[in-house]
Design a protein around this ligand. Structure first.
Ligand code: URP
Ligand code: ZN
Ligand code: ZN
Length: 498
């Protein structure tokens, strides 16, 4: 009688795999070691392991064996700005696997007035087809006692420990300070982390009107309406509010020096504020908006916009110095026909770019290849730090006994030219078109199953699982973040003079 267990995608769950001869890189160290996987878990990491009878062997000689990437900022099939982003949970996670990423965290975004629990259920349904594992942040787009109650239910019963707030996109999903304060307070009380898209939406709205009134309606108007100060102001405001409330804060897609400085100040003040930047912002500057080809310029319309080179220098410094912990992508793709909705008015161009498939190679090439990052720092920025911040470490984000076998066998010498002709996204454009990079995923395993091997994708629809993320303070490993909640509030610290 066979004791083979089969999952819902037909995969044998008790297969044994030995990854032999590679150099295992985690955020902590780099060692020559073999990795033994039984079913979905790592069961041994040591030198010269013997393959059990019947085990599959992967030769990783000359390669790095690293935790699969975690991209905590993506938007699959997102209804946004009058259309829907084109990569869904299957094509998007296929891109992820092809690029060495084994977990994404998407944003469930309710329309103002919509129930959070209903939104969560919709996103769970959409994500059933994912090939890699996934989780959700929940956006807070409006406020009521019901929203507060549903935040608690999501955090306690559904593994949603992070709540996102858009400080931009006025008259759509933007929230004001009153909502930020209410939501930050509830998140603190349930043991969750807050996130913000930091741009002052009122200022953006005003500047957009002024720019259009001056007759500027092309994509070049987009960065003019969202200068770095607009981002710096919002980042600083979010940090200050989070500090007073006493809740940890994660600032997404930090693109410029003023926002970085706000994060650095908050860290110096002892706050748990985490910075995320996008790989796109590290390597692409604002000259793209001066492209005379409307299509190319429009495909770079995203918020915050691409910045002048001095901000890129600051971002690299922030990543190297610890102000920025995570490099994500904000993968949110729109085809040319969708971008064309804003053909005569940049305000109507759907905001977003792709990068999920390219993230690891581009960061390796420009980060490790240039000497700015060590391989361990690369692993921290692409995987481990996100796992720690969003409380799924050490299940995810490392290679250790008991961890999920989410692993990328990384060929540091593989060279390729990035192009929309060869990527797996449904988008008809790549903002990395023509970029030559060295360093690529040779093999990607998701919980022990090979999804990508030597240029061939074998995505298993529905292989991906929803990852519950417990609230902070529920486990000792997340105690450090929980400490923020027990800090005395600003009011408690004050000495009252009668
Ligand atoms: O332009 C962007 N970033 N689009 C996606 C939505 C968001 O703001 O993250
Ligand atoms: Zn955003
Ligand atoms: Zn986003």
């Amino acid at each position: 009688m066979s004791d083979t267990k089969i999952d819902r995608t037909g995969k044998r769950l008790n297969e044994t795999t030995l990854i032999r001869g590679g150099t295992v890189v985690t955020a902590d160290n780099t060692v020559r070691a073999d990795v033994l996987i039984a079913g979905e878990k790592v069961i041994a990491v040591a030198e010269s392991l013997q393959a059990p009878v019947g085990a599959r062997t992967i030769d990783a000689g000359g390669a790095y064996v690293m935790p699969g990437g975690i991209d905590p900022h993506v938007h699959m099939e997102l209804p946004f700005m009058g259309t829907v982003s084109v990569d869904d949970f299957l094509s998007g996670t296929a891109c992820a696997a092809a690029g060495g990423t084994t977990m994404i965290i998407d944003f469930a975004i309710p329309a103002p007035g919509q129930s959070l629990l209903e939104t969560y259920a919709i996103w769970r349904e959409r994500a059933r087809k994912a090939t890699t594992d996934y989780s959700f942040h929940m956006a807070i787009t409006w406020w009521s006692p019901e929203v507060a109650e549903e935040m608690t239910i999501l955090a306690r019963e559904h593994g949603v420990n992070s709540f996102k707030h858009f400080m931009a996109y006025k008259n759509a999903i933007m929230v004001d300070d009153a909502t930020l304060i209410e939501s930050f307070t509830r998140a603190r009380d349930v043991g969750a982390i807050c996130m913000v898209h930091a741009e002052n939406g009122d200022l953006v709205f005003r500047m957009q009107q002024e720019i259009v009134a001056r007759g500027i309606v092309g994509p070049e108007g987009h960065p003019l309406s969202r200068p770095p100060e607009v981002e710096g102001e919002a980042a600083n405001r979010a940090c200050q509010i989070a500090g007073i409330v006493g809740v940890p804060l994660y600032i997404v897609h930090t693109s410029c020096r003023p926002a970085m400085e706000a994060i650095a100040r908050a860290k110096l003040a002892g706050q748990r504020v985490f910075g995320e930047s996008l790989v796109q912002h590290l390597v692409i500057d604002d000259s793209v908006y001066r492209d005379t080809d409307w299509r190319r310029a429009a495909h770079h319309v995203m918020s915050p916009p691409f910045r002048a080179p001095e901000h890129q220098t600051a971002l690299w410094g922030g990543l190297q110095g610890g102000t920025i912990e995570v490099i994500g992508t904000d993968h949110c793709t729109f085809r040319t026909d969708q971008k064309a909705m804003g053909a005569t008015d940049f305000r109507k161009i759907p905001n977003g770019t792709g990068g999920l498939e390219e993230r690891m190679s581009v960061l390796w090439h420009h980060g490790v290849g240039s000497g700015r990052l060590t391989p361990s720092e690369f692993v921290a920025a692409t995987s481990t730090n996100a796992a720690r911040i969003f409380n799924v470490h050490p299940k995810k984000g490392t290679i250790a006994v008991g961890s999920d076998a989410d692993i990328v066998v990384w060929d540091p010498d593989a060279t390729r030219t990035l192009s929309a002709r060869s990527h797996h996204s449904r988008n008809d454009f790549s903002i990395f078109e023509g970029m030559r990079v060295t360093g690529a995923a040779a093999i990607t395993l998701s919980r022990g199953t090979v999804l990508w091997e030597n240029g061939r994708l074998t995505p298993l629809e529905g292989h991906g699982c929803y990852v519950h993320r417990p609230c902070f303070g529920d486990t000792t490993r997340s105690q450090a973040i929980r400490n923020t909640f027990t800090m005395p509030t600003a009011v408690e610290r004050q000495e009252f003079v009668p």
